[in-house]
Design a protein around this ligand. Structure first.
Ligand code: GLA
Length: 382
């Protein structure tokens, strides 16, 4: 991304040197739809980023210009309300900083970035992190990292209307170069696992599908998990979330739980087990088994949790007979966006060509393919 161009554009417009923030998107190797069930996830920050240039405005006014979209949002801190579309990620963050007692002042901001929107790489958490962290730095608010993640999540819940978990914001804030984050979404403690396999690449295949029902279906899945918990609680009062549920417990109550809810819950319980196993695989450098877990995760998301789509399934299916591919699965909330693949570097070019031509033949659109590096979380650029 052209950081220097952003800096110059800001300088030209506001005649002052900005504070520059780089805020990454995220990948998730395994552990999907587990975060809001207090389970485990394995994300990392990636080198698809949003950059924000910031300076104080000197009064109550905030002006936010999105360079790519050529749109500007203006609002006053004293009369802050919800806006539209992307504005709510920024406004929501400002609202919750103020709500938590931080003395945010008016500011000017310019946004640029190269995270494809709606691709499941969490451009939304990157935007939230850019502003929560950026404003904290700009006005020396000293907001703790975990609180920054919660502020982003609150913005998403209350301003955008998606009841997301904490994974995306957490990865954006706590990301470390070449390290995956195994986060326990109950204790909110994490351990880093190095992802340093010199022969392998993390490759994202963008289906270019952006499902418009994604956020309502997302909230519905969350609701179904809560329904499962409410039913199990009657027999097991100690159950607070699906984290407290085992496969055996679900089997035991198969007759009391509606089949669809049962399937959703079973997926989450199994996926948590897969994340723990995947961690062990990384420690033992057992990529083969790691890959199998990724495929199993995809099957669960497709058949039990039902958040995949034809295009994502096809992208995963295409990899099954490819020697260079260790594992593949849909990634993120679902209904479109990217698949994540682990691919041997020697087969990378063949892989790209094969995926592109086969996908284009079937769906008449060209998938974008990115090779992702695991990078540092949101930070100030010197
Ligand atoms: C979205 C949400 C996350 C998480 C994933 C699914 O990215 O923002 O909190 O629930 O979907 O794993």
């Amino acid at each position: 991304m052209q950081l220097d161009a952003l800096r110059r554009a800001f300088l030209n417009h506001y005649h002052t040197e900005p504070l520059l923030i780089v805020s990454p998107g995220r990948v998730n190797l395994i552990g999907e739809h587990t975060d809001y069930n207090e389970g485990y996830v394995l994300p990392g920050a990636i080198d698809k980023t949003i950059a924000v240039a910031l300076s104080p405005s000197g009064n109550d006014t905030c002006e936010v210009h999105a360079l790519k979209l050529q749109q500007t949002d203006r609002f006053q801190l004293s009369t802050l309300t919800r806006g539209e579309g992307w504005q709510n990620y920024v406004r929501g963050v400002v609202h919750f900083l103020l709500h938590n007692g931080y003395q945010v002042q008016g500011f000017h901001a310019m946004i640029d970035g190269d995270i494809p929107i709606g691709s499941g790489l969490s451009s939304s958490a990157a935007l939230e992190g850019a502003f929560s962290f950026g404003l904290s730095e700009l006005f020396q608010l000293r907001v703790a990292p975990l609180e920054l993640a919660f502020i982003g999540q609150q913005a998403e819940h209350q301003y955008v209307g998606v009841r997301c978990g904490i994974m995306d914001q957490y990865a954006n804030i706590f990301g470390k170069r070449n390290q995956l984050i195994r986060l326990d979404c109950r204790s909110l403690k994490h351990v880093y696992y190095p992802f340093q396999f010199p022969d392998y690449r993390i490759v994202l295949c963008n289906s270019m599908v952006h499902h418009s029902l994604a956020s309502s279906a997302y909230n519905e899945r969350r609701q179904q998990c809560e329904e499962g918990v409410a039913l199990l609680k009657k027999y097991h009062p100690e159950v607070k979330t699906l984290r407290d549920v085992s496969q055996a417990m679900l089997h035991e109550h198969i007759r009391e739980i509606p089949p669809q809810i049962y399937m959703r819950c079973m997926y989450v319980v199994e996926e948590n087990e897969r994340v723990l196993l995947a961690g062990t695989c990384l420690q033992e450098a057992n990529l083969e088994m790691f890959g199998e877990l990724m495929y199993a995760s995809h099957t669960g998301l497709q058949k039990q949790y039902e958040v995949s789509c034809e295009e994502l399934d096809y992208l995963v299916e295409l990899t099954l007979n490819r020697e260079e591919v260790i594992g593949a699965r849909m990634m993120g909330g679902g209904f479109g966006g990217c698949t994540i693949n682990i691919v041997h570097r020697d087969g990378l070019e063949d892989f790209k060509q094969y995926m592109t031509s086969q996908y284009e033949k079937k769906f008449h659109r060209v998938p974008e393919i990115y090779v992702g590096q695991i990078v540092e979380g949101v930070h100030v650029v010197d």
